[in-house]
Design a protein around this ligand. Structure first.
Ligand code: AMP
Length: 283
């Protein structure tokens, strides 16, 4: 496995490397790997000739009061996992290498980035689309692998790829969960033991909302009220949003119909959890 730390090194490697037959698969990450990340690497490994993983804690996607400094960076165990999963190249740039002092460009996806996470984390998605564009330009992948866990992020990047003719295939991989339903996240380690016990309420509430839609509930307001009262009864979590949305535009829906995504974010102490469930109802 090759570890590349410079932009120049990655460019040189890519110039010499062609994976035309089965393609080059790319998994962008911030490291602190868990089984969710591992599942993306495995999916890429199964279908691509070459697999590139990037590990970069991207300062642009953290707000001023967020955890950029504390974000876990267990580099040796991360690299060991990449090796175990048969990754070909890990791109591991320093902050200075990736954002030289005169860096001043950004990429914005306007409408999709305003809702939900975008409303609570103002500069987050612009940071994500900017870093992902830079990575796409360097790696020039054929296929990229993202988790459903960050559903809005997936939709925004898909829109960006389409709008800017970035020419990569987007693959969405299922959310990997703990046995009690909590979606794996590099930030779950911040949860106190009490918060950890109540953290699955978010997934259970979304699941309950999806079941009520499948059982014929048509009013999004009723579904949302059901999810909210579940969270409030089962925990002390503060709800940022629990919403029934169109699965592609992410606009809130009044009538629960067609392809939908139930999106949720709650705060447990200082930890913010997000999750989502897809649901379809054609009746
Ligand atoms: P991150 O390192 O948090 O930026 O995440 C890198 C990639 O892993 C993103 O595409 C995430 O959506 C994905 N990911 C994070 N958590 C999970 C999970 N529990 N299941 C599946 N994919 C995940």
């Amino acid at each position: 496995m090759k570890i590349i730390r410079t932009v120049r090194g990655l460019r040189l490697w890519r110039k010499r490397h062609s994976s035309e037959r089965l393609g080059l698969g790319f998994v962008p990450t911030m490291g602190a790997f868990h089984i969710g990340h591992q599942s993306l690497m495995q999916r890429a490994r199964r279908s691509c000739e070459t697999v590139v993983v990037s590990i970069f804690v991207n300062p642009l996607q953290f707000g001023p009061t967020e955890d950029l400094g504390e974000y876990p960076r267990p580099r040796q165990t991360d690299l060991a996992l990449c090796r175990k999963e048969g990754v070909d190249v890990v791109f591991l740039p320093s902050r200075k290498e990736f954002y030289p002092p005169d860096f001043q460009s950004s990429v914005t996806v306007s409408r999709l980035g305003q809702h939900w996470e975008g409303a609570h984390r103002r500069t987050h998605f612009q940071g994500v689309t900017t870093v992902v564009t830079k990575l796409f330009n360097l790696v020039r992948p054929h296929r990229v692998y993202f988790g459903q866990k960050d559903y809005q992020q997936f939709c925004i990047i898909k829109q960006m790829v389409r709008d800017l003719h970035q020419g990569v295939d987007m693959v969405m991989c299922p959310t990997i969960r703990e046995s009690d339903g909590l979606a794996l996240s590099s930030r779950n380690g911040y949860l106190s033991s009490l918060a950890r016990r109540t953290a699955p309420v978010l997934y259970h509430a979304l699941h309950l909302g999806a079941s009520s839609i499948r059982d014929g509930e048509k009013s999004s307001a009723s579904v949302e009220a059901l999810m909210q009262s579940y969270v409030q009864k089962a925990s002390k979590a503060k709800i940022d949003y629990l919403a029934v949305c169109h699965a592609e535009t992410l606009e809130p829906l009044q009538r629960a119909q067609g392809r939908m995504v139930l999106l949720g974010a709650v705060r447990l102490g200082k930890v913010r959890l997000i999750d989502n469930v897809l649901v379809k109802n054609q009746k």
